[in-house]
Structure formats: C-alpha cells, structure tokens
Design a protein around this ligand. Structure first.
Ligand code: ADP
Length: 256
C-alpha cells in the first residue's frame, strides 16, 4: 500500500529524516514511535506530499503527489488548521464537497455524534476549545474514509471518551481492511492497537517489528523502545541502576 524509499529531508543544516525506507502492507495498523524530534512528523508530511525531499514515495503504486494517490490517502495533522469563519458543520460539508462525496450527511452526523460535537455544529472554528478543535480535526480526517490514513499524534489533547472512540474507530478501520500509520511519542496510548511498530530516532528507523515478532522475543514494546533509543539491553534493564534509569526515562516519556 505504501512504499517509502530512501527518503531524506533536510531543513537547512538539520537532517530531519535520513535515508528512511519502509513499506506498509494493506489492512494493518503500524505505529511510528519515537522521542520528540525523531522525524515522525517530517516523514508523514513527506508522505502526504507537503514537503520536498530526496527519495521516492508511492501509495497504492502511484507517486504520492499524484491525484490517484491523493484519492487513497488521508491525513490527520498534529496541529488542527481550522477556519475561524466556518462553523463545525461548514468545515465538514466543505471537505465532503472537496472530496466530491455523495450522501455525506449521515456520515457527518455519525462522526460528530461519536466525538461529542453534535451539539457544537454552529460553533465557529475560533470558538472551539483546544480539545474540540482536535476532535474536529480528527472528524475531518476520518470523513472521506480513505483506504490509507495517517494520524500524527492523534491522542494528544483528547479527553478519555474521545480516546476510547478513536481506539474503536481504529479497530473498525483495521477490520474493514484499511491501512493506518499512527505516530506517537506516548507508547501506552497505542498499546494493543498495533500490528507493526517502527521506532524512529535521530531521523532514522532504528527498529521495525511485527507484534508476533515482539511477542516471540518476550519483550514489551516499551522495553524494546528503551533498548533501541537508550541502547539498554534486556540484561542491562535487569541491573538495578540501569532499570532505575529506564524507569526514570519511562516516566519522562509519559510526562512529555
Ligand atoms: P517528531 O515529529 O518526531 O517530533 P519532527 O519531524 O517534527 O519530529 O522534527 C524532526 C527534526 O526536524 C527536529 O530536529 C526538528 O527541530 C526539525 N524540524 C521540523 N520541522 C522543521 C522546520 N519547519 N524547520 C526547521 N527544522 C524543522
């Protein structure tokens, strides 16, 4: 479904992604993990076609910036960019028309109800709280029901109800055979949701595991994450000092 080949993106002298290659099979949920600044947003923005970069990206066999790829690919950005002078409902209808969707009213209602925005349809973009903006941002990404959806840190700013609804939505999309790529720096937020995990640090992919590979290695995703990002082996983790260091880092990760 997605093929990323040798993608490098530099911002001036900063190398945000360096020679990143991976592919995603259809009908799977992949989490893209990594500390802040690892390059997760940059690779997602490259895939969606917002950035110029070295290397090649194809979606369903088409170059990522082609109209064919755009029809297949959806994106929920980390930062909502809403129009101050459009209401919640107008945002949804505007997007539905841009995607030339038919019979979109029921889907809009279903999504706004699911994310508890049904009573906010007349509120303008700049009247929404941060969490409501985040939920509208999600509804906008979900509305076209794309074959492949990328979500950049989608849990940030959501209340527990919305997190539960988002997790249900991810499960439903997986069951419907969609391909998902979800970035996060909070490992707990994606536990149980993923089929495959990519761990990024310093602009490169440091680990690429499926759930069954990780289960067979008798490690948790969190242990693998710290092994990779802090170079602590499992044996090191059993050493009191190293375990304390890992635990402190885990707590830091949760706070970040
Ligand atoms: P992540 O999403 O994993 O937190 P990013 O992809 O946002 O990481 O950032 C990767 C690196 O690229 C960081 O060093 C960040 O400071 C840098 N970076 C990201 N966006 C820009 C930009 N627009 N201009 C300059 N540097 C940037």
């Amino acid at each position: 479904m997605l093929q990323v080949s040798h993608v490098t993106k530099k911002y001036g002298k900063t190398v945000a992604c360096s020679d990143v290659s991976f592919h995603l099979d259809p009908g799977s949920v992949t989490v893209l993990l990594g500390p802040n600044g690892a390059g997760k947003s940059t690779i997602m923005k490259s895939i969606i076609g917002f950035l110029r970069h070295e290397g090649e990206i194809t979606v369903a066999g088409f170059p990522n910036k082609s109209p064919e790829a755009r029809r297949v690919l959806g994106y929920v950005p980390e930062m909502p960019s809403l129009y101050a002078n459009l209401t919640v409902l107008e945002h949804m209808e505007f997007l539905a028309r841009a995607y030339k969707m038919n019979d979109y009213k029921a889907r809009i209602e279903e999504l706004l109800t699911r994310f508890e925005l049904a009573d906010k349809t007349k509120k303008f973009g700049d009247e929404l709280s941060k969490g409501m903006q985040q939920k509208l941002n999600l509804c906008l990404g979900l509305l076209p029901d794309p074959e492949m959806l990328m979500m950049d840190e989608p849990m940030i700013g959501l209340d527990p109800h919305a997190i539960k609804q988002l997790k249900n939505t991810i499960e439903e999309m997986r069951a419907a055979g969609k391909t998902l790529l979800i970035s996060t720096h909070i490992i707990d937020s994606v536990d149980m949701l993923w089929d495959r995990a990519l761990i990024m640090q310093d602009g490169t992919i440091k680990a690429d595991v499926t759930r069954s590979e990780l289960d067979a290695s008798d490690r948790t995703l969190e242990e693998l994450f710290f092994d990779v990002t802090e170079n602590l082996s499992r044996e090191d983790m059993s050493h009191p000092d190293a375990a304390a260091k890992g635990e402190a880092a885990a707590q830091e990760g949760k706070k970040a």
